[in-house]
Design a protein around this ligand. Structure first.
Ligand code: PEP
Length: 247
């Protein structure tokens, strides 16, 4: 069984203006012969401009979220089809900032995943425990439960990834130890195999939460880590490239 091709995705969150397209251009120019697929997920309003600026090179573009429905009276929202039409080929779904801040449940995330698939977007589905859940010894139970609940059976035969992002590690500078990351990634792998059979072995499991150039090599080479979802350190090309080159 060949290992899945690693994926390193940058989540710009609600950061970035037109001038930030320079950072994306610099990342594209610096990719070299990385073995990873690399994506930047800017705010949706920048997707079309980023696609034009990059001119179809190897740097992929993703959205950060979308509505579960196709179209309609959903003021302020964007649909999966709109992201794809603007030039996105992937989308982050179920990020903890959406689960916590917008009360997104596993069921809702699963419905968004189905919408993503309908319009040809490759989902990156995020899961992760809070600090209280970890302290209570429930990290594996919470994370595997989120995997089961957020990944619909429609993903069978499709390209997607799972991002393990401990909530307490996001934007905090804190990271789990390598054995802690490996323990959760192995549990996610076992759940994916339960759900999708052999194909579950080929799903990249990304780690996310305070990945920086200085800790990237150890994290990216840990067992069952198939790439990274990077927030803050993806905003500057030099930092993001430092992470990509650590692979
Ligand atoms: C994220 O929000 O997906 C993330 C991993 O953020 P950071 O790298 O800033 O911790």
């Amino acid at each position: 069984m060949t290992a899945p091709q690693p994926l390193i995705a940058g989540n710009w969150k609600m950061n970035g203006l037109g001038a930030s397209l320079e950072e994306a251009r610099a990342v594209a120019a610096g990719l070299g012969d990385t073995p990873a697929r690399v994506a930047i997920c800017p705010p949706s309003i920048l997707i079309h401009r980023m696609a034009s600026a990059l001119g179809g090179g190897p740097l992929l573009i993703g959205g950060q979220d979308h509505h579960w429905d196709d179209a309609g009276a959903f003021t302020g929202d964007v649909s999966a089809e709109m992201l794809a039409d603007a030039g996105a080929s992937l989308v982050i779904l179920g990020h903890s900032e959406r689960r916590a801040g917008y009360r997104e449940t596993d069921e809702l995330v699963a419905s968004k995943v189905k919408a993503a698939l309908k319009y040809g977007l490759e989902p990156i589905v995020c899961v992760g425990e809070t600090l209280d859940e970890r302290k209570a010894g429930k990290a594996l139970e919470i994370v595997t439960g989120q995997v089961r609940g957020s990944l619909p059976s429609e993903l069978a035969g499709k390209t997607f990834s799972v991002a393990y992002e401990p909530v307490w590690a996001i934007g905090t500078g804190l990271t789990p130890t390598t054995p802690e990351i490996e323990e959760v990634h192995r549990a996610i792998r076992a759940t994916l195999v339960e759900m999708f059979g052999e194909a579950g072995k080929r799903v990249p499991i990304l780690y996310g939460g305070s990945v920086k150039p200085g800790n990237a090599a150890e994290i990216l080479h840990a067992d069952e880590v198939g790439g990274a979802l990077v927030g803050g350190a993806s905003l500057k090309a030099a930092d993001f490239l430092g992470i990509i080159r650590a692979l």
